[in-house]
Design a protein around this ligand. Structure first.
Ligand code: SD4
Length: 337
């Protein structure tokens, strides 16, 4: 490992953190740029890009971007998602801007766009986080419509199927075990896997960073369970001096290492986005030991230079990268196991 002192010495010799082996980034420097988790990130990036290409703020881009996924019927992120084990869809989301302003909602029911409620928490209250009925009450007071409490036809089917065994065995987003039946946090529809979460980080033309993360959490989770996604520092972290990171996968294990904050701090020490994500994944694997093979966690990150990268525990994770009208593409996450 390259120690910070050595890194600073190299810096004083005029070598930047990105000019030597091990610290070189996988993604070349771009600005503006937006990246987001999973294949659903392509449509989300396209919406975010409309903001960025017109000189808009990264904060607006990351809100507009993930709203597409929250509204999609073919995705497990919003109200169409799998319910908890009592049959209710509960949503978690957070957002963070270049001034370290942040807002979050969790255990929110019947609201279509939790990310926008999180932004209102950030902008209109002295707080960072609102949960449950209080978050819903705030949303309604802010003019967000209360949607009907019904499951989408796909979620209803998946829930009834899950109820047959009601087996509580959280395994999240392990794409290469498509035959898993006991506990299916993602749905297999039209030949595509859907995901419970989208995390997005962006840098605008002014060089400012922001991020958002929004999820229905683990399908068939215990009522009241929260993962990493609404937790600043775990599911999302932005430091406008350094970079921004977001996470997906088994939230409990992201929380354990303050995952997104860790990735940003590793970038602060000079690691490229990809290497910082890799080191965070390695830390989870170290903690989990043998059990790491049973879970998936993926991180993605951008730094202040507009370089990007991602890493995950095991094969199957991908993320979407967009930095031009005709450059919005999927990258397979490198993996360790
Ligand atoms: C959670 N991290 O609630 C989320 C789940 C996820 O794709 O990322 N699903 O733990």
């Amino acid at each position: 490992m390259l120690h910070r002192r050595r890194f600073l010495q190299l810096g004083s010799l005029g070598l930047t953190s990105f000019s030597f082996a091990g610290f070189r980034s996988a993604g070349a420097a771009r600005k503006p740029i937006v990246i987001s988790t999973w294949d659903t990130g392509i449509a989300a990036n396209a919406a975010a890009w409309q903001v960025l290409r017109n000189g808009g703020r990264a904060l607006d881009a990351v809100e507009k971007g993930v709203m597409v996924t929250e509204a999609s019927q073919n995705c497990c992120v919003g109200l169409g998602a799998n319910p908890d084990r009592d049959g209710f869809v509960t949503l978690d989301s957070c957002i963070m801007d270049e001034h370290a302003n942040c807002g979050s909602v969790a255990f929110l029911e019947r609201i279509k766009h939790p990310v926008s409620v999180a932004r209102r928490v950030m902008e209109k209250t002295p707080h960072v986080m609102l949960v449950g009925s209080g978050a819903q009450q705030f949303a309604v007071a802010e003019g967000f419509p209360l949607e009907p409490q019904v499951l989408s036809p796909e979620a209803d089917k998946a829930y009834k199927n899950w109820l047959l065994k009601s087996e509580y065995k959280p395994v999240i987003n392990i794409e290469n075990s498509k035959n898993q039946t006991a506990y299916a946090p993602t749905r297999f529809e039209n030949g595509e896997w859907n995901h419970d979460t989208i995390g997005m980080v962006a840098m605008d033309a002014q060089g400012n960073l922001s991020g958002s993360c929004t999820t229905s959490g683990m399908g068939f989770k215990m009522r009241g369970r929260l993962g990493d996604s609404p937790i600043i520092g775990a599911g999302l972290f932005v430091d406008n001096e350094v970079g921004a990171a977001t996470a997906t996968g088994q939230g409990e294990d992201v929380i354990r290492i303050c995952g997104s904050h860790l990735v940003v701090e590793l970038m602060r020490q000079g690691h490229s986005p990809e290497n910082a994500c890799k080191k965070a994944v390695e830390r989870i694997i170290r903690i989990k030991g043998n059990k790491a093979k049973d879970i998936q966690v993926g991180f993605i990150a951008i730094n202040k230079q507009g370089e990007y990268g991602g890493y995950c525990i095991q094969k199957g994770f991908n993320f979407a990268v967009c930095y031009a009208d005709d450059k919005n593409f999927l990258v397979d996450g490198k993996y360790i196991l």
